[in-house]
Design a protein. Structure first.
Lengths: 440, 482, 270
């Protein structure tokens, strides 16, 4: 044991004397630190935004409830905040949250007309991509590993030291083993240390941290093994690195890009614009259609209200909301196809990512942090569920009971309550979610 | 430089080419580079043309369905609304920029400013998070790597094999040697830029301005020249091939992979921009003061009512020769729009400020500089999206107010007030479908090529500064090659 | 050629170190330490070494002489265990190299041709690093003594080696070899690129090492250098041993044959 430590200690001192290795390691640490720091501040900003929105939402809702008595106006003017909070691990993998929305305000109007609005951040910044921990590990770490290990053998060969080193060393491990181990440990520590600090600050679950550590170490070990193996018999360091970087370009860029092209060609999806156009046509045509047509269509899917659809005047809120829902139902098929296509694409991308280790890592990581497309789909699913509970709340007042007393408004559903009700639900997996998406 | 010197430079360059032609690695790299560039040019051109076609078509459908609506109450058409689609600029076949990241269609209706919907990236596979097969990505990110792989040993190789001192002792000056190697690399740059240039010239046919095309090609040429100079510098400074290679690879990682992301992350952390939902609360608070345009009894319109009665010298709104409800709708729409615009403008300014911060990183990374330059010149930058938002807002305001005018002039107040009494009354409270012709055909056009070129000047300056500094550095080491 | 002043400059031999050295090796004078018999080595049916046999005893300096491509380096690499013999046996310190690699490497000190140690370390740091690799602990005094023995000037000991001349690098490498206390020395073109003074110093050192019982095998293309220092010379041509000469001081080497050997290869190389 002490012999082993002695070898490691010697190679550690030796590493510290090689300036470019130290520069490389320091840069790794700085980049990982920056990624974790900016990830933490991004997550804090998101959380603060949600808190501010919650407060403003409550004030707004209270105002509306003061101002209006009838359920129609209440439903028209009451907007309800929905949101998807970043998980404790989100700081390390910001994922798709800059592309998919994570906050929305909904009212009782047709959902398909509301749900596609994007409250996205600055598109030009989203296009450049953010630097987060998972990016540093998945995309940068391989390059750093390549730079650290590609000349392990070649450098000694070109300098004519290789044979002397090998014949001097007491064993193979004492030399190469110790050198590889020290560089590997150093790069892992430089990468992971900021992450651990981040997990402490964000109170991440220990199991998650353990799992992340596990996959990161495996991933970095993979690139190390590849670099060492490829460089073992080579005598030209740049040649080794060229091929390795070429391989990196292949798995990080080329394979995913080709996969993306193929998936987009094979999976057909309705155009988003068509969904909203269909929905809008349905809603607007309803004004000119006989009321009965709308109400019949409404009753077909909501039989419990069939005795309450008669109208006394040319405009009644119940009719107004009925044709909103009928509009949603008309667009339902397109909307399902649209969501299914997105989901199929996500799943096919999963197959492609098996050929691209960097993307596989990103995928695993963002899944763990619930910041991937699946999490976004789930949020949309929840919004749909919430809209349903809004309808269930308002319809009795709209169709039968008339103006709700102020006390009844306390039972108005809130997104938070719907989320709490879901807590017992088993964690939604990809397949399960797909079923769920088709239900609503 | 004398003729004699120049011919020496050409000889050095030719010799470098001979070395590449005999090196499997260099030839592979060159072939891959060209295949990727050509493939990206073709694939992106097809995709963007399809997109452009689809959006034109959707726009036409939307225009048609608006004017094809039957006789209706005019305010119903205000809520029926209209769609505007952002058709991509001709040059965006080379750099789609933010096209996939912002919604490309927007629903225009009364009393609201909606945000753009259906960003393509949300239907994506997330596979292209690191890079996409666009000419912009290939030339900005991968071309420098290819140049490095081909050129890293240009001078260090001569030094390592000790031919450098031989060459220098034969009367070839250091500057000539570097210039020759540079010329060889420049010919590679020209090779990479050829498909890009041809494709850019094609866009002239679809109405793109010459200035934009020229700026685009020049920008990319300058960018790749920066890399050629970086390679020459590293190759001259380092005594060993491996040193030159490692340094260049590291610089590439920093400038091309890390910096753009550091720039965007820093920008979004440094300048916070509230989302639309959040500003909507402030908008709503301000709007509440304006009153509800649907409700003529809203106390907010009391003063407006009085001024109208005074103007037409009548005692009640029933006696007004025009439809009071329409007037209130028009009046409130105007006020509301000015509030909405104020907040929209604030949001756009915040976004612009963020973008500005990220663009400052162009001084430290030529990749950031060319990225901004390319998107600005092509017309797929945030400014273009803002222009789209402003133009569609104008379109929205015009058609809504057009309809309100119809409401005021073509529908009597009495019919309007009775509209919900019975089916016959509802039928009466309508205007002819002829009036829907007020909608103007909307085609989104990007800023003029001159405006875009002007906007890209800072990015050009950033690239030129890089070139100047690197030339200085090379001149310095060129005198001390041995 | 001999420069008396240079030899005089060499510091007195430290008897203590030498005694220890001899006792450590456990080899008595004249024991056979390197034994190559019927060695054949080929790469893809291309015979590089053909039926090569020679042996070196403790206290002996054996020079393997030959032109470019004669197979000198291949022989050396086989002794170091980098090449596996196609046929025949290579024994070092009584053991077959391929079967006891770590043992053999522990018994040999190898001096590569362009003895480049780590340029970013000082001579002392280099020596310490390599000794640690071999799992040998030496005090500062012992390292100083070795530097003195190889006549490395004192002011260079703690200087980065990138400032060293070739001769100084060579001296450091020899100091390292001595400090390893290996009974067998394998020297690859040890005098190429050295100035005459340095060559004399080096030859002197090699003879001293041999006197203390070290086994020394050097490969070289320097005929005259070999004559000055070696007890025996083996002439290698085309992978074959074409002649062996005892103690050149006692008799003249067959220049005809030497020239033939070199000339042949020069032609082949052209």
């Amino acid at each position: 044991m002490s012999y082993l430590l002695k070898q490691l200690a010697r190679e550690w001192r030796f590493l510290l004397r090689q300036k470019y290795l130290v520069v490389l390691l320091v840069c790794t640490f700085v980049m990982s630190g920056f990624a974790v720091f900016s990830g933490l501040s991004e997550v804090t900003q998101q959380k603060q935004t949600i808190e501010r929105l919650k407060a403003a939402d409550l004030t707004d809702l209270t105002n509306v409830q003061h101002k209006y008595e009838d359920p129609g106006s209440l439903a028209y003017y009451s907007f309800h905040l929905t949101y998807s909070s970043p998980s404790n691990l989100a700081f390390a993998a910001l994922g798709e949250r800059d592309i998919y929305p994570w906050k929305h305000r909904l009212n009782l109007l047709a959902l398909e007309g509301q749900i596609y609005e994007s409250d996205a951040q600055n598109a030009e910044l989203a296009q450049a991509g953010k630097i987060d921990f998972v990016f540093v590990v998945s995309a940068l770490a391989p390059l750093i590993v390549i730079l650290l290990f590609h000349d392990l053998f070649a450098n000694e060969r070109t300098s004519g030291r290789h044979d002397l080193l090998v014949t001097t060393a007491k064993s193979y491990f004492a030399l190469w083993g110790a050198r590889i181990a020290v560089r590997l440990i150093a790069v892992i520590v430089c990468l992971m240390l900021p992450f651990y600090i981040g997990t402490l600050l964000s109170h991440s679950a220990l199991a998650d941290v353990g799992f992340v550590t596990f996959i990161c170490v495996i991933y970095i070990a993979f690139w190390t093994a590849l670099s060492v193996w490829w460089g073992k018999n080579a005598s030209s360091a740049p040649r080794v690195a060229s091929t390795l970087i070429g391989f990196w370009v292949l798995v990080a860029f080329i394979i995913p890009i080709l996969g993306d092209l193929v998936i987009n060609k094979t999976v057909h999806s309705p155009k988003g614009g068509d969904i909203v156009l269909t929905q809008r046509e349905a809603v607007n045509d309803a004004w000119d259609l006989p009321k009965k047509t709308t109400m019949d269509a409404f009753v077909a899917s909501n039989p419990q209200w069939k005795d309450h659809v008669d109208m006394q005047s040319e405009f009644e809120w119940k009719w107004y909301y009925a044709f909103q829902q009928v509009g949603d139902e008309k667009a339902g098929e397109l909307s399902h196809a649209y969501r299914d296509a997105a989901h199929t694409r996500y799943q096919l991308a999963g197959i492609v990512s098996w050929f691209s280790p960097p993307l596989l890592l990103q995928r695993t990581f963002t899944r763990l942090a619930s910041t991937d497309a699946l999490a976004a789909f789930r949020y949309e699913y929840r919004m749909r569920g919430f809209h349903k509970s809004l309808r269930e709340f308002y319809y009795p007042w709209l169709f039968i009971k008339g103006n709700p007393p102020k006390a009844a408004l306390k039972n108005m559903p809130s997104f938070k309550k719907t989320m709490l009700n879901e807590m017992d639900e088993p964690e939604v997996t990809g397949v399960k979610l797909k079923e769920n998406l088709s239900v609503n | 430089m004398s003729i004699n010197n120049f011919s020496k430079v050409v000889i050095v360059a030719k010799d470098e080419w001979r070395y590449w032609l005999r090196s499997k690695l260099a030839m592979t790299v060159l072939a891959i580079g060209l295949v990727l560039t050509v493939a990206s040019v073709i694939v992106t051109a097809i995709t963007m043309m399809e997109l452009s076609h689809t959006r034109h078509e959707l726009q036409a459908t939307s225009d048609k369905s608006f004017v094809d609506q039957p006789d209706r109450h005019p305010h119903r058409m205000v809520h029926y609304g209209h769609y505007a689609f952002r058709t991509p600029s001709p040059l965006s076949t080379l750099d789609p920029g933010i096209d996939a990241y912002t919604g490309n269609s927007i629903f225009l209706e009364g009393h609201r400013q909606n945000s753009a919907m259906f960003a393509d990236s949300r239907q994506g596979t997330a596979l292209t998070k690191l890079g996409s097969l666009t000419p912009a990505f290939i030339v900005q990110t991968l071309a420098p790597l290819l140049l490095i792989l081909i050129g890293y040993s240009g001078i260090s190789r001569e030094r390592e094999s000790q031919t450098l001192s031989y060459l220098l002792s034969q009367g070839t000056s250091g500057a000539t040697l570097i210039a020759g190697k540079g010329l060889a690399l420049l010919s590679v740059v020209a090779l990479i830029l050829t498909p890009l240039t041809i494709s850019a010239l094609f866009t002239l046919g679809s109405g793109e301005g010459l200035l934009a095309v020229a700026s685009f090609v020049l920008g990319y040429a300058l960018y790749l020249i920066v890399w050629v100079l970086l390679i020459l510098l590293a190759s001259s400074v380092f005594s060993k091939n491996s040193g030159s290679f490692t340094a260049l690879a590291f610089v590439w990682i920093l400038l091309c992979i890390v910096m753009p992301r550091v720039a965007s992350t820093t920008a979004s952390t440094a300048v916070s921009s509230a989302g639309k939902i959040e500003t909507d609360f402030a908008v709503k608070a301000e709007l509440r003061k304006l009153g509800d345009g649907h409700n003529t009894n809203d106390p907010a319109f009391k003063q407006f009512k009085q001024s109208l009665l005074n103007k037409y010298n009548v005692s009640s709104i029933d006696e007004l020769p025009v439809n009071f409800r329409g007037l209130v709708a028009s009046e409130s729409e105007a006020k509301l729009t000015s509030v909405l615009n104020k907040f929209a403008e604030q949001r756009m300014q915040a976004e612009l400020k963020q973008t500005q911060v990220s663009r400052y990183f162009g001084w430290v990374s030529p990749m950031v500089a060319i990225r901004s330059l390319s998107m600005i010149v092509v017309g797929t930058s945030i400014e273009t999206h803002h222009r789209f938002l402003r133009e569609t807002e104008q379109l929205r305001f015009d058609f809504v107010q057009g309809l309100n005018k119809v409401h005021v002039e073509k529908l009597s107040y009495q019919d309007d007030m009775n509209r919900n009494a019975d089916t016959a009354a509802t039928q009466k409270a309508r205007v002819s479908a002829q009036n829907w012709q007020i909608l103007q055909d909307f085609t989104f056009n990007v800023d003029s090529s001159k405006a875009r070129a002007q906007r890209s000047i800072p990015a050009f300056l950033q690239l030129l500064l890089w070139i100047a500094v690197l030339l200085g550095g090379i001149k310095f080491v060129g005198r001390r090659l041995l | 050629m001999t420069t008396p002043t240079a030899i005089n400059k060499t510091p007195p031999i430290e008897q203590k170190t030498f005694d220890k050295h001899v006792s450590n090796t456990g080899a008595a004078l004249n024991d056979t330490m390197i034994e190559v018999s019927s060695l054949n080595f080929s790469i893809k049916n291309n015979a590089i070494l053909k039926n090569l046999s020679f042996s070196v005893a403790a206290g002996e300096v054996y020079a393997l002489l030959g032109g470019n491509g004669a197979g000198k380096s291949t022989t050396l690499k086989t002794l170091l265990g980098f090449n596996k013999p196609t046929q025949g046996s290579v024994k070092v310190a009584g053991k077959e190299v391929t079967q006891a690699l770590d043992f053999v490497r522990g018994k040999t000190a190898y001096l590569p041709e362009s003895a480049t140690l780590y340029p970013h370390l000082t001579a002392r740091e280099n020596v310490e690093y390599f000794l640690s690799l071999a799992d040998i602990k030496k005090s500062d005094e012992q390292i100083n003594a070795a530097f003195n023995r190889v006549a490395l000037q004192r002011d260079a000991w703690d200087r980065h080696m990138q400032t060293y001349s070739k001769g100084m690098r060579q001296k450091t490498a020899i100091a390292l070899a001595i400090l390893r206390e290996a009974p067998i020395f394998l020297l690859d073109e040890p005098t190429s690129g050295l100035d005459p003074v340095a060559i004399d110093e080096f030859n002197q050192l090699v003879r001293e090492l041999a006197l203390t019982g070290a086994t020394i095998l050097m490969v070289t293309h320097d005929v005259y250098g070999a004559c000055q220092v070696a007890n025996r010379i083996g002439l290698l041509k085309n992978g074959e041993l074409v002649g062996e000469y005892d103690a050149p001081q006692s008799g003249r080497i067959d220049t005809e044959q030497v020239h033939a050997a070199f000339g042949h290869h020069a032609n082949r190389g052209a």
